[in-house]
Design a protein. Structure first.
Length: 662
């Protein structure tokens, strides 16, 4: 980073008081929370991955608040805190609740039930992080990379007016690409080829022409992108060909359909096994840190009687008595939700208590992992699948495997835990950013609640809109642009598999062995102090994503590597100047990528409105307007345009590096 800010010397000292929760910051935080929640919901359902919105939110906040005569860094920090909370809640919700629609249990997303599940999980995530803040942020030397990067952007806010142009222009590009491809159906969304030779040899390659996926790869970097791609290689270049050799394919099925059928019904369960192992490994490897954090939390409760005047402004958290009261109150709606499905007071009470315990445990894991290696490697998918699998097994033992609501109840338990863990990881990043710039933790925690509530209020209509317009799961004639919802599909398969007894346990066990092997390799890499690491969850994500998504994400990671390579081969003589220019270049690339994601996702939601209103009719499509066959140019125009976007993404980052901080 271009500025070295010691953790005990915040940018704004504790003796300085600046306005934080102002009316304009409050309103802007709510608006951005809702918008970014919608964008991340679309991205997660489409790509199976979500990205942090803290830096884009900070840049947008700086650009907007500069229009007012009086604004300050702590106001900007408050806005990004609320906005990123909404984005994180969307991740927790879309990884789980669409499973209820895929199972046929919900025909629509009931507003109040969806809202209460999202709200309960999100608020619990905020409450669980409050007693962990001092332990994980102040006392432990954790990196919190996204939090520190956000603080850096905030502290160099004078660049905000110029930097926002990258976000705006790339948002326009991403939006237009989505409109022409999916709105008008001018070209296909995937460039893919597959062949089966002799009925026993399967060969496949595909790449999605979505700019948002390239942007995801750029943001997470080459290491994670490569691991996601490696997961795709395991599934599509190793496991499916081996399966075809062993079992063959159904006669008359074309190669692409055959590959997807095998992947959907068998191979993706390798990812389930790997994710379960990854989630359990996170608990084992972090057990000492979690116990330490819990002790610090209880110590904070014992110190609750200390007068506020004795605590520095920059260390003033929400009182622990409020935290415990809030957790106790939230048990009630959670119990009511579960009782409606399970219809047993005893089992509902037991599961509500189990959920609270699991929620706190996994929130601690998510918070620690966010500090250790960043939000991108958080084991949220792994711990959620572990929660749903455990909950389903317990419910099956208590209720019997013939229960009609057991699988749905397991999904709802997982939804609350997943939302809490997602919020916890993101909130710890925000609290770290606040710690560096000198924010008041209590004010941030209040705005985290505001962001959660704002996003929870719009999640049900967003999910209903996307489901009605596109559909979730596999693509069909009725829904040719269905959102794959990979995590939710797996959650549904696991929950239903426990009660239906048809889980492919052989694939899950093989996936577990793959997960163990990856962990062993990662431990060796850690031992030799390698810069390249192998977090098991990244590989597991790649295994259960369609290959065309894995390959597109990999392209983005390669572009990020090319930018780093250019920076390293054109080093500035002055080390501090080199770091400053590199940071400016990285932020420009990050904002360009975030704009592509935001533009494409928001356009996807906008296009969903008329499709849902007209009962599935795409009024912008060339088939409807001109009677032309859909996708007349296959995927070639999108592929050519995507290559151009990749070039400009690279050139933008390089240009800013050469030019220096603006």
């Amino acid at each position: 980073m271009s500025q070295n800010v010691e953790v005990d010397k915040p940018y704004i000292g504790p003796d300085i008081k600046l306005p934080e929760i102002t009316i304009k910051a409050f309103i802007l935080g709510i608006v951005l929370s809702m918008l970014l929640a919608g964008a991340n919901a679309y991205l997660g359902l489409f790509a199976g991955m979500t990205v942090s919105a803290s830096i884009p939110a900070a840049v947008i906040s700086m650009a907007v608040l500069r229009l007012f005569k009086r604004s300050n860094i702590l106001e900007n920090n408050i806005v990004q805190t609320a906005a990123s909370a909404g984005e994180s809640l969307a991740a927790g919700v879309i990884f789980t609740l669409p499973a209820l629609a895929l199972m046929g249990y919900w025909k629509q997303f009931n507003y109040w039930e969806t809202t209460m599940i999202a709200l309960s999980g999100g608020v619990l995530g905020v409450l669980f992080t409050i007693p962990l803040r001092t332990a994980l942020i102040v006392k432990q030397p954790l990196k919190f990379p996204e939090g520190v990067a956000t603080a850096e952007v905030l502290m160099t806010g004078e660049r905000g007016g110029a930097a926002v142009k990258y976000l705006i222009w790339s948002s326009v590009v991403g939006g237009f690409m989505k409109f022409f491809q999916q709105g008008m159906n001018l070209w296909g969304s995937v460039f893919e080829k597959a062949r089966i030779f002799g009925g026993r040899t399967f060969v496949y390659f595909g790449v999605d022409v979505s700019p948002a996926l390239i942007a995801v790869g750029f943001i997470v970097g080459l290491n994670i992108s490569f691991l996601v791609f490696m997961g795709g290689v395991i599934s599509w270049w190793i496991a499916i060909p081996v399966y075809v050799v062993s079992h063959g394919v159904q006669g008359g099925t074309n190669a692409i359909e055959a590959g997807y059928d095998i992947w959907s019904n068998q191979i993706r369960y390798l990812g389930v096994g790997s994710m379960v192992v990854g989630g359990l490994w996170a608990l084992v490897s972090l057990r000492g840190a979690i116990v330490s954090a819990m002790k610090e939390g209880f110590h904070a409760f014992k110190e609750k009687g200390k007068e506020a005047t004795e605590i520095l402004r920059t260390e003033y958290d929400t009182p622990m008595s409020w935290v415990l009261l809030g957790i106790g109150i939230l048990v009630v709606p959670i119990f009511i939700i579960y009782e409606r499905e399970i219809q047993s007071y005893e089992i509902s009470i037991f599961m509500a208590i189990l959920m609270i315990f699991a929620g706190f445990l996994f929130s601690a894991v998510a918070g620690y992992m966010a500090g250790l290696v960043g939000s991108s490697n958080n084991p949220i998918s792994g711990v959620t699948i572990a929660t749903i699998l455990t909950s389903a097994l317990i419910l099956a033992a208590l209720m019997g495997t013939d229960s009609g609501s057991g699988a749905a109840a397991a999904i709802m338990i997982g939804a609350v835990v997943c939302s809490a863990a997602a919020i916890a990881g993101d909130n710890m990043q925000d609290l770290k950013a606040g710690h560096v710039v000198g924010a008041t933790p209590l004010n941030q925690q209040i705005m985290q609640m505001v962001g959660v509530i704002s996003a929870a209020l719009v999640m049900a209509p967003i999910l209903s809109l996307l489901n009605n317009a596109y559909g979730f799961g596999a693509k069909t004639l009725q829904h040719p642009n269905a959102l794959t919802a990979p995590q939710a599909s797996l959650m549904a398969s696991v929950a239903e598999g426990v009660f239906g007894g048809h889980l492919p346990w052989d694939m899950i066990i093989i996936g577990m062995l793959i997960g163990v092997a990856i962990i062993v390799i990662d431990l060796y890499l850690e031992k030799i102090d390698s810069d390249f690491r192998m977090p098991v969850l990244a590989v597991a994500v790649g295994i259960y994503l369609p290959f065309e998504l894995d390959s597109a994400i990999m392209v983005g990671g390669v572009i990020a590597w090319m930018v780093k390579r250019y920076q390293n081969t054109h080093k500035k003589a002055d080390k501090s100047e080199h770091e400053k220019f590199s940071d400016a270049s990285d932020n420009a690339g990050l904002l360009f990528s975030s704009g592509l994601i935001t533009g494409e996702a928001l356009m996807g939601i906008i296009l969903a409105i008329p499709i849902a209103y007209y009962g599935g009719l795409n009024i912008f499509g060339i088939e409807h307007l001109f009677g032309i066959t859909k996708e007349p140019f296959a995927a070639w125009p999108g592929l050519i345009l995507l290559i151009g976007i990749c070039y400009f993404m690279y050139r933008t980052a390089v240009k800013v590096f050469n030019k220096g901080a603006e």
